[in-house]
Design a protein. Structure first.
Length: 260
């Protein structure tokens, strides 16, 4: 196991082992949560992609109807651009922004609000009034479609960025963080097992030395007891003979003819 496969500056202790086990559980839980988040964002991303496609297809038809309505209005009422510009005092449509929360990700949402102004109601009263009203409604529909498409495309870009970031985090936790923590835990376990084996061997030697010392002490104690028994036997024998035992006589020590 190389040094790059484990966490740096890690002391192989039981306290560190417990801390890393807790950290491993947190990393695995975070990986599961991020995976669920990425899946939820991916589902939403695919739905937005489909909505963008449908909206773009719809926009083509809406713009065609808008251009046709504008042509019909000019044919029926002539050029009314100057009249419209003079009567405009406030915007008839506003785009307001909002937030859509998807799995903790805030996506910008745009909504079109039409004020329903009555300043244009009398425009074209003399000629082409119905065509002007139809053209206005068609343009509102086109504007609503454009705002919807802008909201979808903005959410698309935001989601694309967040999904890539979330997937990178998931891959980093799955392929780097969790394996390193597991390798470090295994390294600490191996180190602690080795220490336990060394401690067992050391204790075994200590026990063997203690056994030998106890056996030697028992042997010495038994020898002292044997000496005391011999001394007691000698004393008993001396009492039975009526006096202390004398050493045997030296039969040759006083002979002058024998020289050592």
């Amino acid at each position: 196991m190389s040094g790059q496969d484990v966490l740096p500056n890690t002391l192989p202790t039981r306290m560190t082992l417990q801390r890393l086990q807790v950290r491993l559980g947190a990393a695995q839980k975070g990986h599961r949560l991020l995976k669920k988040k990425a899946d939820a964002l991916t589902v939403r991303f695919r739905q937005i992609t489909k909505d963008i496609y449908d909206t773009k297809m719809e926009m083509g038809n809406v713009l065609k109807r808008t251009a046709l309505a504008m042509a019909e209005t000019r044919y029926a009422a002539g050029d009314i651009s100057q009249v419209i510009q003079q009567k405009v005092s406030q915007p008839s449509a506003l785009v307001r922004g909002g937030i859509d929360n998807i799995a903790g990700v805030h996506l910008p949402v745009f909504n079109l609000e039409c004020s329903g102004s009555t300043s244009m109601q009398l425009t074209g009263l003399s000629a082409g009034g119905s065509k002007i009203e139809k053209c206005a409604q068609t343009h509102r529909s086109a504007l609503d479609t454009i705002v919807k498409l802008a909201s979808l495309q903005t959410s698309f870009l935001k989601l694309d960025e967040v999904i890539k970031l979330t997937n990178r985090r998931v891959n980093a936790i799955e392929n780097v963080v969790i394996p390193k923590i597991k390798n470090t835990i295994q390294m600490i376990k191996d180190h602690l097992d080795e220490e336990e084996r060394e401690e067992f061997t050391r204790m075994k030697k200590i026990v063997e030395k203690k056994k030998k010392r106890i056996e030697m002490e028992k042997a010495a104690l038994e020898a002292r007891r044997e000496m005391r028994r011999l001394e007691d036997d000698i004393d008993t024998l001396a009492l039975m003979t009526g006096g202390p035992l004398e050493e045997p006589a030296d039969l040759i020590g006083g002979d002058d003819d024998i020289v050592f």
